[in-house]
Design a protein. Structure first.
Length: 534
């Protein structure tokens, strides 16, 4: 087997960024778009709907679904995008070579997020290679590049979209096989997507930062332990389709940030499960997310779940090892994957040019007791809510006091709680009526009127990313409509403010990372914000 190398998008060797892997990626995407009927109309309707403009039929979801019903060919970009999510009712999913499409298969908000998306990338890579082979290109040696935005400390330019994804016209001198010229002699750029809003140069770097995720001491989180994991919550019943596809609430930190925050930052098609994979940036974004899993497992020494043997034979172990991920292939056959199948990437035919971690703090937080037990963080007990507020409806900013107990309790300090307490800020029932156009910086204990600065590590709790909230808010049979949950570990912030912090009268402030975008139509609400300790 040839092992192809996935390389960083931002690298030396080509001043315009059009390295050979991008040339052939663009060539394949062009062919895949040509097999996607009505794609231009689809993107125009989507763009208008996201901007709040009227669409031709007045019902953009129905209009988008009517177009997507035609995308039955697994060799097309349209088909591959709908594997991730679709507006089309299952009864209307198309067939190809006698087999109905396998769509809406994606895994989010739990511990199968990473292995499912790894299999998805491998399947997509094979489709791209088949197109490259048809064009006479280096199919066996080709691999997806990755957008190395998480390495922005080395070069801030990496926060921008890679150059080959910028602009709707190919630069002079760049030749992409199979792409014909326009009437004016210029050549369209197959990697351009007109719906994007970002990245926003004024939104800071937190959306692209993986530090918090890479510092999580354990991969998975048993349900409601009050911990924040790297990879997400355990699904002991993985065949519960509602939990598997979008409504599980134990989201992993990597899933939330930088994965979800990057979806929000780029926005446009990337803001929705049903459309994200139509944007070529989706695949190189997920290539980087996959690389970070390798960083966590190998470079940082955490290994893969159950690799060290702990937990074998449990219901969780059975779930991890037996859950099947299914993908329909161009010849009509179905390939089935399981999590253990994807853990050695060289066996899958690829490697990365580097999996070195971005710069991490010289002194890392002390892991909680029990967190070294592979793959779970073991809590001393169930989390105990202390103070809360809600419901609230953030727009650009929100400042709220979390209250608990009586008036006398408001002066209780941190010293009234065990030194070993782990503190969590929890957001429940996060809903939106439309795709979210921003993430939110979260601060805890920040005095009213004080400047909100993410560099203020004493008060900055982290990023609240909202990718997937709209999908979990629909009460239309595709979800329960009860929204999502997010958790931020604020143990370090509470400890830093121990002399002044009052847990039963905690100040929480949210500020939008993208205040320049129109946030008025998002209809964001949060049922409850809670400070808890375990």
């Amino acid at each position: 087997m040839i092992v192809a190398t996935r390389r960083a998008a931002w690298r030396s060797g080509s001043p315009d960024g059009w390295h050979d892997d991008f040339i052939w990626y663009a060539a394949a995407i062009h062919q895949m778009k040509a097999l996607t009927p009505g794609l231009d109309d689809f993107l125009q309707i989507l763009q208008d709907a996201l901007a709040g403009l009227p669409t031709p039929g007045g019902d953009p979801v129905a209009e988008l679904a009517a177009i997507a019903q035609q995308w039955g060919d697994p060799m097309s970009l349209g088909y591959q995008s709908q594997v991730h999510g679709t507006f089309v009712d299952k009864a209307d999913w198309p067939s190809h070579n006698g087999q109905q499409a396998l769509w809406r298969e994606c895994a989010h908000n739990h511990w199968f997020f990473l292995p499912w998306h790894r299999a998805y990338l491998v399947e997509f890579e094979e489709v791209v290679r088949a197109h490259i082979a048809q064009l006479g290109g280096p199919a066996e040696e080709w691999a997806l590049p990755y957008w190395n935005f998480t390495d922005h400390a080395a070069d801030s330019a990496r926060l921008a979209l890679p150059l080959p994804l910028q602009g709707d016209t190919l630069p002079a001198g760049v030749v992409v096989p199979g792409v014909p010229p326009r009437a004016d002699g210029t050549f369209p750029n197959p990697l351009f997507n007109p719906t994007r809003l970002g990245p926003d140069p004024n939104s800071g770097t937190e959306w692209a930062t993986a530090t918090t995720a890479l510092l999580r001491p354990h991969y998975a989180n048993q349900e409601d332990t009050g911990r924040v994991s790297f990879g997400g919550g355990v699904l002991e019943d993985p065949n519960n389709a509602a939990l598997f596809h979008r409504t599980s609430n134990e989201i992993g930190q990597l899933d939330a940030q930088p994965h979800g925050s990057t979806h929000n930052e780029v926005n446009g098609a990337m803001a929705l499960f049903e459309t994200a994979a139509l944007d070529p940036v989706f695949w190189i974004h997920h290539s980087n997310v996959d690389r970070l899993w390798e960083t966590y497992a190998h470079d940082l020494g955490h290994g893969y779940p159950f690799q060290a043997g702990a937990g074998s034979g449990t219901q969780a172990h059975q779930s991890w090892t037996t859950k099947e991920f299914r993908f329909r292939r161009a010849d009509g056959t179905t390939r089935t994957w399981k999590s253990p199948d994807v853990l050695i990437i060289k066996n899958l035919g690829y490697e990365y040019d580097t999996t070195a971690a971005p710069p991490l703090p010289a002194v890392t937080p002390t892991p909680p007791a029990g967190s070294g037990i592979d793959p779970f963080g073991v809590a001393e007990g169930a989390p105990e809510p202390l103070a809360e507020a809600g419901p609230v409806s953030p727009a650009e900013d929100l400042e709220v006091t979390l209250s608990g107990g009586g008036d006398a309790d408001q002066e209780v300090g941190v010293d009234a709680f065990p030194d070993s307490a782990r503190w969590v800020l929890r957001f429940d029932g996060i809903r939106s009526g439309n795709p979210t156009r921003t993430s939110y910086h979260v601060f805890i204990g920040l005095p009213p009127g004080a400047e909100a600065d993410p560099a203020d590590t004493e008060h900055y709790a982290g990023l609240l990313s909202l990718f997937g909230v709209r999908e979990a808010s629909r009460d239309d049979g595709t979800s329960a409509g009860d929204g999502q949950r997010r958790q931020l570990d604020v143990t370090e912030q509470v400890s830093a403010q121990a002399a002044t912090f009052r847990p039963l009268a905690a100040q929480v402030r949210l500020t939008a990372t993208n205040p320049g975008r129109d946030l008025s139509g998002v209809q964001l609400s949060i049922e409850r914000i809670t400070l808890e300790f375990a």
